[in-house]
Design a protein around this ligand. Sequence first.
Ligand SMILES: NC(=O)c1ccc[n+]([C@@H]2O[C@H](COP(=O)([O-])OP(=O)(O)OC[C@H]3O[C@@H](n4cnc5c(N)ncnc54)[C@H](O)[C@@H]3O)[C@@H](O)[C@H]2O)c1
Length: 302
Amino acid sequence: MTTVAARVAIVGTGVIGASWAAHFLRHGLEVVASDPAPDAEERLRADVAGIGADQARLRFVADPGEAAAAADFVQENGPEREDVKHAVIAALDAAARPEVVIASSSSGLLPSVIARGAAAHPERVLVGHPFNPPHVIPLVEVVPGERTSEAAVEAALAFYTAIGKRPIRLRQELPGHIANRLQAALWQEAYSLVERGVASVADIDTAISHGPGLRWAVLGPFANQHLSGGPGGLAHVLEHLGPPTERWWRDLGSVTLTPELAATLVAGVDEELAGRDPAALAATRDAVLDQLLAAKTSHDLP
Ligand SMILES: NC(=O)c1ccc[n+]([C@@H]2O[C@H](COP(=O)([O-])OP(=O)(O)OC[C@H]3O[C@@H](n4cnc5c(N)ncnc54)[C@H](O)[C@@H]3O)[C@@H](O)[C@H]2O)c1
């Protein structure tokens, strides 16, 4: 299996594919990209330029198989639909050299399901799930399916590490992997609090971004909880605050995304962000994230 890739195929160059392309280019890799949309190349070049990556080593080809055949690592970013993933993975698997890893960016599909498209070498298909935007956020969830080889998993972990990512490996495939499931748990309670009329969308955003979200950006939920237990650490917290937390769990909401609830959430976020340009806000968020990441690397953090 390939451990150090020089040329990467990006198949599907929407939001995630373009961001991956910029990240790979910034790390000195060659990128061969493909996407069936008529304006895809123009859009990709504009997105990559907007992120500030040099396009000298970026090539766009019409045929995804041609991109895969030229690559040492394939990152697939097509639409999140099983049928589309099967067709795309089939074409990539037929074209890529057998030892080349095919990683799908899928946010939540199971790698075993995605790999059903690979007739030739399903053992090199896995999920390599980035967090948006991949050119900023280090996390990549590497998820093997039932037929993925150990060599493919290790090659993917080594590849992502070599280009500055912080990959983690899942020991079991499940819908939504890990990080999106954790987000989904939080969203469920956040939506429920809005539905119950406890707080506005804006206040819940404030509660996280000016509260626990600040600590979570530095240390994970377990490490933070350990630190809140004083000398007794997590063991003390679980003993002391575990029983009340169990009572809160029993009161947590379980929501259904009815059209009414969706409309309430959308109205809430529109009110919160009134007059703000989403693109400008995303750029500001990413600039702050860059500063935060730089600060993190200058300290000894786990
Ligand atoms: N947006 C996110 O926050 C996010 C985060 C992590 C992972 N992902 C995953 O990344 C993948 C892409 O999501 P996105 O948000 O970039 O979507 P997107 O809609 O922005 O981009 C999808 C791209 O796929 C192209 N496409 C359509 N049919 C195709 C085909 N047959 N072959 C190749 N490309 C095709 C489209 O033209 C489009 O450019 C999905 O699997 C998604 O789950 C998304």
